[in-house]
Design a protein around this ligand. Sequence first.
Ligand SMILES: CSCC[C@H](NC=O)C(=O)N[C@@H](C)C(=O)N[C@@H](CO)C(=O)O
Length: 674
Amino acid sequence: MTTPFSSLEDFVALPRLSGLVLNREGTRLVTSVATLNPKKTAYQTALWEVDPAGGQPARRLTRSSEGESGAAFLPSGDLLFTSARPDPDDADGEKRPALWRLPASGGESSLLLTREGGVGGVATAEAADVVVVTGTVLAGSANEEDDAERRKARKEAGVAAVLHSGYPVRYWDADLGPEEPRYFGLQDLGEDGDRSLADLIPSARGGLRDAHPVLSPDGSALFTSLTVPEERGSERTVLVRVDVATKESVVLLDDRGNDYAPGPVSPDGRYLAVIRDRRTRADLPPRTSLLLLPLEGGEPSELAGEWDRWPSPAAWLPDGSALVVTADDDGSAPVFVIDVSTGAVRRVTEDAAAYTDVRVSPDGRSAYALRSSYLFPPEVVRIDLASGSTERLPNPAERPELPGSLERVESAGEDGQPVRSWLVLPDGASAGAPVPALLWIHGGPIGSWNAWTWRWSPWIMAARGYAVLLPDPALSTGYGQHMVDRGWGQWGGAPYTDLMAATDGLVARDDIDGTRVAAMGGSFGGYMANWVAGHTDRFAAIVTHASLWALDQFGPTTDAAYYWEREMTPDMMSENSPHHHVANISTPMLVIHGDKDYRVPIGEGLRLWYELLSASKLPADDEGRTPHRFLYFPDENHWILKPQHARIWYGVVEAFLASHVLGEERDLPSELGL
Ligand SMILES: CSCC[C@H](NC=O)C(=O)N[C@@H](C)C(=O)N[C@@H](CO)C(=O)O
């Protein structure tokens, strides 16, 4: 059967949904849909409306080549969004993300706010015309005018240099400084209103780097996490309340044992749900818990502390009796409801799917969410909160047909611990026709293969005849705290042996050809692929993407050195570092790395490549020939974001696997110029 996964062109062209907002009356849902631009070199997003009642087909709300995102409803039903589309009243104006308003009554969108530093995002209050936008300012700017002038001067002089006195200096793929994120209160939304902006936390410095503003329903208070520097290059995240009118800010929760981030505020404005992340040490694994903080004073209390899952709070029920949360659970991420008076947890959705962006209807009977699994990409659904039944609403896109089937399988780790995996089987796999297989190792390592991903689509490989095993080994979420504890600081221990146990189960199947199996992983999964390469020759090929290779080097050069330093002592790093085992590597490896990857810096890929050629059991020969390959992306980061590069990524991986796993030669993508 031909599906969109047979052709990489068709695959990258599949529409991708993200984000979901609901208006106050519960009558309008808006999501964002990314599609290829006409040149097929980038994704552009547009806002689409989905009927919560399910009666009407989805309809496109916005259209521009610059795209629209960051949708947020005002209480009036007007929809705010950000876009770098041109202002019709300023034909020569520079394109920068600005704030736009689409009126509920219909008609054209109009420009609400533009600023030299752009508008990054927007937050609105549930029941008041209060708007907070995010944007950046240059560190030394006194006000918006000064900021505009400083930007202009820097641009005209062609200066990109940044002088740092603190840590970090980079984040994922962004160079930090001299721009710093800020929250701005927008004073007046009226037609000719005053558009001056109030910087709500002028002292934030770089501390709002990873933060999102949460507004109280009446718009009087803003809650945010704020990252504050500590000694020796470390930092912690504290919880702050800002009075939107007076700009007075108060630190609500701050201690050196935890990081804090705000969840939603209760409908009566009396409680804030808070996410608490325990600060780790080599002997203290991470733990995430949920707190209720009384906003009129008093100590926070842990909610559902006995529940052995890590909840992510999404919304309150309108009567304030319960919190709706999601949590990784046994290979899925269902919706749960937690009674705030008893802490009792009730699982709502029963299907093996992952839910995000959960919004609750004003009557508290339904919720709307994005749902995905390995069987379908994110789609908008309605959930009956009492029965847990779900209904797929008319969506902007249909589910793509799949070239195979999905199974849940289980194996036992060395200590008997059950290790669950998803197994993608290609059409036609059977005992009479066993298929080659791939072990895919997830990143994090704190995470789970429980949701659709566009970055590593197993269906691409299924369409080419491979089975793909997606195991959740030690350090994965969804099993409970013990599974994280089992692998903490010992990556080469239980996480590795769990993966090998899962592979044993895979190759024992009569529909799998155990002689034709490869291993692949990205990021931490790439670390593990490298560790696998140095510890077993059972795989025919190994693909390692954005991988950690030498932990002594990775630790201080990644964008958050303190995070990794807290997990392992120098001795533990040495014991678990794949580079010490390069001399054992006898498996052909495909190394993939993006130069703009600041999470796992390019030095890891460069050193791995050189050491493979110079010191593995398959070194470069007299004429420099080697079975290893290095796919280098000079302008990609930790992820391969450009659609044309995603095609190259899959194309090169396919050719490499075909050569070493199937013993077949495939043409490489012609755009490689080889
Ligand atoms: C600085 S915090 C580290 C966060 C995260 N680890 C979580 O467990 C992380 O970034 N790890 C990377 C090395 C990684 O494996 N990233 C994965 C998952 O985010 C990826 O696929 O990019």
